[in-house]
Design a protein around this ligand. Structure first.
Ligand code: AMP
Length: 220
């Protein structure tokens, strides 16, 4: 059933892409490929890629297309993604990335592009109270009464605010989304692979909506 499930998760920062991608990956037994997480890990490890990307990430800008393409090409070429498929979270983010990715995946194209729809006013609130685990990237919502950092209930790691979840970087990232990433909606609509899913509601409700779209499509 899961063979060949290839999904791109698309939507504003804070729409719930990370949470839903992790659940989809578990459900369909495919790897969750988050380009943001790959970059944050590279920064943590202080690798060549991490050093090149850190300042760009902190400013809320986009990392160069050629670097992103080589990272993603390397990851989807690995055995797990080649055989089972993948949930791609945070890529592509520009038309250049989307067209290059189309050429890379010509023989086994992506089946579903899910646009998780949550309006800007709502994600702004979500992002400013978002906290993440430094070790496992689990996401939490702060109420303001927690210690800083607090302990991750999943892995025991430190839960902190992301360095790009500051008001300036949040606004920058949402502006970059409207200018460079939102045009991809029309791009994928034109190819008939785009599915708009309402991202409001509990994580369970949203997950059910996405699962229905994918499972209905797979049965066709
Ligand atoms: P995310 O966790 O998806 O919000 O990504 C965090 C940051 O990583 C973004 O603000 C960008 O700086 C960078 N990034 C992630 N994916 C991409 C991509 N496909 N293209 C360019 N930059 C990216």
């Amino acid at each position: 059933m899961s063979a060949g499930v290839r999904i791109i998760m698309f939507g504003r920062q804070g729409a719930g892409k990370g949470t839903q991608s992790a659940r989809l990956a578990k459900h369909f037994d495919v790897p969750h490929i988050s380009t943001g997480e790959m970059l944050r890990n590279a920064v943590k490890q202080d690798s060549v890629v991490g050093r090149a990307a850190k300042a760009v990430l902190d400013r809320g800008e986009l990392v160069a297309d050629d670097l992103m393409l080589s990272l993603v090409q390397g990851r989807i070429g690995q055995e797990d993604a080649r055989t089972a498929g993948f949930i791609l979270d945070g890529f592509p983010r520009t038309i250049v990335q989307a067209t290059a990715f189309d050429s890379l995946t010509q023989t086994r194209p992506v089946g579903f592009v899910i646009d998780l729809d949550v309006k800007r006013e709502i994600v702004l609130g979500r992002l400013s109270s978002r906290r993440v685990c430094r070790s496992c990237d689990a996401s939490y919502t702060a109420t303001g009464n927690e210690p800083n950092p607090w302990q991750c209930s999943k892995c025991g790691g430190s839960v902190v605010q992301r360095t790009d979840d500051t008001p300036a970087a949040i606004n920058k990232r949402l502006d970059v989304y409207e200018a460079q990433t939102a045009p991809l909606i029309a791009y994928y609509q034109g190819r008939g692979s785009l599915h708009l899913v309402d991202g409001l509601g509990s994580p369970d409700e949203v997950f059910e909506r996405i699962k229905t779209v994918v499972e209905t499509g797979l049965r066709r």
